[in-house]
Ligand binder design. Structure first.
Ligand SMILES: *Cc1c(COP(=O)(O)O)cnc(C)c1O
Length: 708
């Protein structure tokens, strides 16, 4: 069992100051308590809660991608009636109550509305496609942990994230399971318990109705907008169904729903935050709607713009110019026709908010430009990404030097309660008596340095073994046939992420024979686990998967190069907790931050990564390895072929001279002492500064708070 040891694991957690009327839960049955826990996604980052649902009906729970409602609907009576099970339910329920009643940890935090296209909350609710969504989910969960006044806005993506399978040649196929609200902890927002609450948004010359589903995320409420109901013509119903599909025509409509519809929904809910955070450009129309509100209230344009800027902050993630959402002026004018009538601005003025050069009639409307023009503060998501963003948008600020372009950086972090494996939490609680995932003080992590080599190595080996058991089970059930010859004691590398080509999944095989030599060395066994989805329209990404699959069938690689199908958050948790080394070799500077590598450190995993995204800030020379040269100022200008060649050579060198010898040099007790020292460096130094808690506190102090 996990951390059910009461106060010792939640040291430093402020206790409830207000004394609530004492409540007795005696009248609640275990089922009642579990039903109550299942309605709040708090359970998703509480391994002990998840294990209760699993015990109710392990087969059904697993088959439903760990959906508590499914487990409850088919709960076995003998489990529910078992007294030790009931004791465990009581303990978890008490922790849930304690969590919900604890006091806010930030004084006078501004009330914030957070807008994002996607949210990665849990594998049972596929409302995300990758890093942006996982980040938004982690941000919202950390906001809940800190007790911030915080409301999230997103889309109810019924078919958000496709399920990946393969044909016989290893070519990816996508199916879209439909999320059934009745089976998930979402509730349709209604007006005083009656009809669904709806708002309307103008799309072209039509009025479209939008309703919302509420998701409880600890203290935080997340509202997911939905156009897929009978008030809308068929043409408009699918707008909120899927992520990043269709052409610009669909995209701009979806973004009108998110930004304009999202703000209108907040108003209908009576939410009037102090600050609006647009996370990436997709939702930036929210700022035009704020502008419309002020103009309607009687402000002149200058006053209205000042008001909007005073309350808006913007985060950009996109390191490629072409990657910023941008719309043809004619498309924009057509899609925004109804809104233009409402805001009473000319088409030219409206277009100007999304143009670097306002009077350039050819220039497209770029969502990032809108976000930058109508916010008071903007940031990239790592120091390096901030630098790239300043280069990208330098022209917007002709009077400023490059380093004075007003785009700062707040480096992404991960929600440790979500990403720390249950056994790792137990390990921390047992050995240093702290729930490190909740710890307030980064120094708490330092205590891990005092653990013996043997203790740390046992920890590492047990997590690797747990992963390999999971892999064996997964491979049996997948459509892509995969022979396994995995060794529980062998150096295990993980590579799991979206198969966008800039991430260069096959880089390790650029020199096939050199790679084969690495995998064929019987004295230093090596194995690598791949997972990831290519965007359904990205044939080059699918080709990368097919190549890895073909390699996995070749002599010398077979059984040791493994592709796992259908990467999702569960697989992400397993891989990042179990692998010894986390490989990341994007073409710099295209990894805005990356967060998966941050997840490995708490588990004693080591990063082997290009110095891109967060890694230049995380890498200290002793806590992992760097691939390729140090970053210099001219990001993005290196010839890709040259970068590929250099980085592959560096990757081989690091594996041959660094990673493998360090792992396989053992002392008389069979322990890799230098490796374990590197684990200590990673475990003590990486998790706290790259946690979502640190990140959200930075957002509060640097972005949300405003004394203007
Ligand atoms: C952590 C995570 C991500 C984001 O990490 P990257 O390093 O940006 O790839 C994406 N998908 C899943 C399933 C994850 O767990």
């Amino acid at each position: 069992m996990g951390c059910l040891r009461g106060s010792q694991c939640i040291r430093n957690t402020p206790r409830l100051l207000i004394v609530l009327p004492s409540m007795s839960f005696g009248h609640m049955t275990s089922r009642d308590k579990l039903e109550s826990i299942a309605t709040n996604l708090w359970w998703t980052w509480t391994p002990d809660a998840r294990s209760l649902f699993r015990r109710l009906n392990p087969e059904v729970y697993r088959a439903s991608d760990d959906n508590p409602r499914a487990a409850l609907a088919t709960a076995k009576d003998e489990v529910l009636n078992d007294s030790s099970f009931q004791d465990d339910v009581d303990a978890v329920y008490q922790r849930y109550r304690d969590y919900m009643e604890r006091t806010p940890q930030v004084e006078d935090a501004p009330e914030t509305a957070y807008f994002c296209m996607e949210y990665g909350l849990h594998e049972s609710m596929p409302l995300y496609s990758g890093g942006l969504g996982v980040l938004a989910g982690d941000h919202s969960k950390a906001a809940s942990d800190l007790g911030l006044p915080f409301t999230g806005i997103g889309l109810f993506l019924r078919e958000g994230y496709f399920r990946q399978s393969f044909d016989a040649d290893g070519w990816q196929e996508a199916t879209y399971p439909v999320l059934d609200p009745a089976k998930h902890p979402v509730s349709l927002v209604s007006e005083g318990g009656g009809d669904p609450l709806t708002v309307t948004v103008p799309i072209g010359t039509h009025e479209i109705s939008v309703r919302a589903w509420k998701v409880a995320l600890g203290h935080t409420d997340l509202y997911l907008l939905d156009t897929d109901f009978d008030a809308n013509p068929d043409e408009y119903r699918p707008l909120t169904r899927r992520l990043y599909q269709g052409g610009d025509h669909e995209r701009i409509r979806q973004e009108i729903v998110l930004g304009i519809g999202g703000l209108r929904m907040l108003r209908a809910l009576d939410v009037t935050p102090d600050v609006y955070h647009a996370n990436e450009g997709h939702c930036a129309f929210l700022m035009l709607e704020l502008l419309r509100e002020r103009l309607a209230a009687g402000d002149d344009v200058a006053e209205a713009e000042t008001w909007v800027r005073d309350r808006s902050v913007f985060t950009t993630h996109t390191p490629v110019m072409a990657g910023h959402d941008h719309f043809d002026p004619d498309l924009f004018s057509e899609a925004m026709a109804g809104f233009r009538d409402e805001i009473h601005l000319s088409n030219h003025d409206l277009l100007g908010y999304g143009r670097v050069h306002t009077d350039d009639h050819e220039e497209t409307f770029t969502m990032t430009v809108l976000g930058l023009k109508l916010s008071r503060a903007a940031n990239g998501v790592s120091e390096l990404n901030g630098h790239v963003a300043r280069q990208q948008w330098e022209d917007l600020y002709p009077d400023r030097a490059l380093d004075e372009v007003p785009i700062d950086a707040i480096t992404n972090g991960v929600h440790l309660p979500t990403w720390t494996a249950g056994p790792a939490r137990d390990f921390f609680a047992d050995h240093i008596h702290v729930d490190l995932t909740e710890a307030q003080d980064p120094d708490d992590w330092a205590a891990l340095a005092d653990l013996s080599d043997e203790t740390l190595w046992d920890f590492r080996c047990s997590l690797r073994e747990r992963l390999l058991n999971y892999v064996a089970e997964k491979v049996q059930a997948q459509s892509l046939p995969m022979h396994l010859d995995l060794d529980p004691e062998a150096l295990t590398i993980g590579f799991a992420r979206r198969f966008a080509t800039y991430k260069r999944a096959p880089l390790l095989f650029r020199d096939r024979e050199r790679a084969r030599a690495l995998f064929s060395d019987a004295d230093r066994p090596l194995q690598i686990l791949y997972a990831g989805k290519a965007h359904p329209d990205d044939d080059a990404g699918k080709e990368f998967i097919r190549r890895i699959y073909a390699l996995s069938q070749e002599a010398g690689f077979e059984g040791k190069v493994v592709f796992l199908e259908n990467y999702d958050m569960e697989m992400g948790r397993m891989l990042t907790s179990g692998c010894d080394v986390w490989l990341n070799n994007p073409r710099r500077p295209l990894e805005a931050s990356g967060t998966s590598g941050q997840k490995v450190a708490a588990h004693g995993g080591l990063n082997l990564s290009v110095l891109d995204g967060w890694w230049p800030e995380g890498y200290n020379g002793n806590n992992g390895w760097a691939i390729g040269p140090e970053p210099t100022g001219d990001y993005g200008t290196a010839d890709p072929e040259v970068q590929d060649e250099q980085d592959a050579a560096s990757l081989y060198r690091q594996l041959e001279e660094g990673v493998l010898p360090t792992f396989y040099t053992r002392n008389d007790d069979g322990l890799p002492t230098d490796w374990i020292d590197m684990m200590r460096e990673a475990m003590t130094g990486v998790p706290a500064p790259f946690s979502a808690k640190r990140m959200v506190l930075d957002y509060v102090e640097e972005m949300y708070r405003h004394d203007g």
